[in-house]
Design a protein around this ligand. Structure first.
Ligand SMILES: O[C@@H]1[C@@H](O)[C@H](O[C@@H]2CO[C@@H](O[C@@H]3CO[C@@H](O)[C@H](O)[C@H]3O)[C@H](O)[C@H]2O)OC[C@H]1O
Length: 379
């Protein structure tokens, strides 16, 4: 464990139910959690994102782009392991293992980030946020349910994946997902910039405990590096982070992703979960206060794309419900903050999204509900 002088659930064993602390009743919280799972994973055509396939498999559909992404598959697995839904977890993992995993070429050992619903690949490269979520979801599954025969040998698969993420390229073929010198996660393996929303230091703390022994120091250093990186990537006044950034944290707008838009929303949520698991810090409190105060006087119907200094574009947010959710989840890092309770109240009163853009919003929605109710746990 790296030099953290903070106390979170990892140290105390206690997961805060912030919804309860803010006055929502235990019964209502339980009902909302069950209902939301059902809305996303049941057969309500207006809200679902999960589709079973035959007796053994299933996928999460990006309903806006009509593809299956490693992001959604790994998110679905994380949700399933948190809620003890082994059947759903195993179905998703079987589908990802069969169709997305790449066994040859430059990206051997990684997962194709986008596939069609019939399993054919739409891309031959990975998106590292999927791999990090797959790895931790698998480790949790291994601890919660025990390893079975392949592909359900969860712990074995997680360690192999983390090994490849760090060591690919050492034989001259392919690239690691993390820059080996500065320990920062890349946007894609064969580039040298990053995506602030991919930085999950709270995951790396756990990889440092459970990955192959030879890589544990690497993961400790990755946790330190990502926490430092985030302080550089988030704007000091608005708290907004860009979608893509250079390693020094400055926005990378080469392809038009240097502003606060869809990917960026997750940064605040990630800080909330890091605080819940490993404790909060002065910077995390300030960051949450900045971003929540930036959105405090804005209505979700009018959320836009913004420069990180806060200048709005004409373009509306594609995922306002997701942004409501991530801003609420951030409250875990600063529950006493000026806007923390109002951010959670807005989330509580916002329904899951319907319509074709619902996938990303509803993923962020269920993550926020899990975290705010103390159900997003280290297993
Ligand atoms: O260029 C691709 C890159 O796009 C890919 O990134 C994945 C897709 O985008 C990210 O999330 C999306 C946020 O906007 C919503 O509208 C979408 O529904 C989400 O999927 C996601 O985090 C990435 O995994 O990575 C590979 C690159 O080659």
């Amino acid at each position: 464990m790296n030099n953290l002088n903070r106390m979170g659930a990892y140290q105390t064993g206690h997961y805060r139910n912030l919804l309860l602390d803010y006055g929502y009743s235990e019964d209502l919280i339980a009902v909302k959690l069950e209902l939301t799972w059902e809305q996303l994973f049941g057969d309500n055509e207006a809200t679902r994102i999960y589709y079973p396939v035959g007796n053994e498999m299933g996928y999460i559909l990006d309903t806006g782009n009509l593809d299956v992404r490693t992001e959604g598959m790994s998110y679905g697995m994380m949700m399933a392991v948190q809620l003890d839904k082994k059947d759903v977890f195993d179905r998703l993992w079987r589908w990802a293992s069969l169709y997305m995993y790449m066994t040859s070429g430059e990206n051997k050992g990684y997962f194709a980030w986008s596939c069609n619903t019939d399993g054919t690949k739409r891309a031959n490269g990975p998106a590292p946020d999927g791999e990090e979520y797959f790895a931790l979801a698998l480790l949790f599954a291994s601890h919660r349910w025990g390893d079975q025969s392949s592909p359900l040998d969860y712990g074995v698969k997680a360690r192999a994946l983390l090994h490849d993420c760090v060591h690919n390229g050492e034989d001259g073929k392919g690239y690691p997902m993390w820059n080996r010198s500065n320990h920062l996660i890349k946007f894609v393996p064969n580039c040298e910039f990053t995506d602030p929303s991919y930085h999950l230091p709270h995951f790396y703390e756990l990889f440092a405990l459970w990955a192959n022994e030879a890589d544990r120091q690497f993961w400790n250093e990755a946790a330190v590096a990502s926490r430092q990186f985030l302080t550089q990537a988030c704007h000091p006044v608005t708290g907004l982070a860009p979608e893509y950034a250079y390693y020094d944290g400055s926005p990378n707008d080469e392809r038009g992703f240097g502003h606060f838009f869809s990917d960026s929303y997750r940064v605040a949520a990630n800080i909330g979960l890091d605080a819940e698991w490993f404790g909060t810090s002065g910077w995390m409190r300030k960051e949450v206060d900045c971003i929540q105060s930036f959105f405090a006087n804005k209505h979700p119907d009018d959320y836009r794309r913004y420069t990180i200094s806060g200048k709005p574009f004409e373009e509306k947010s594609l995922h306002p419900v997701g942004l409501v959710a991530t801003n609420a989840m951030a409250s875990l890092a600063y529950p006493e903050g000026t806007y923390a309770r109002a951010s959670v109240e807005l989330f509580w009163n916002t329904p899951v999204r319907e319509g074709n853009r619902r996938y990303y919003d509803n993923c962020l929605y269920l993550f926020a509900l899990l975290a705010l109710s103390g159900h997003f746990r280290i297993w």
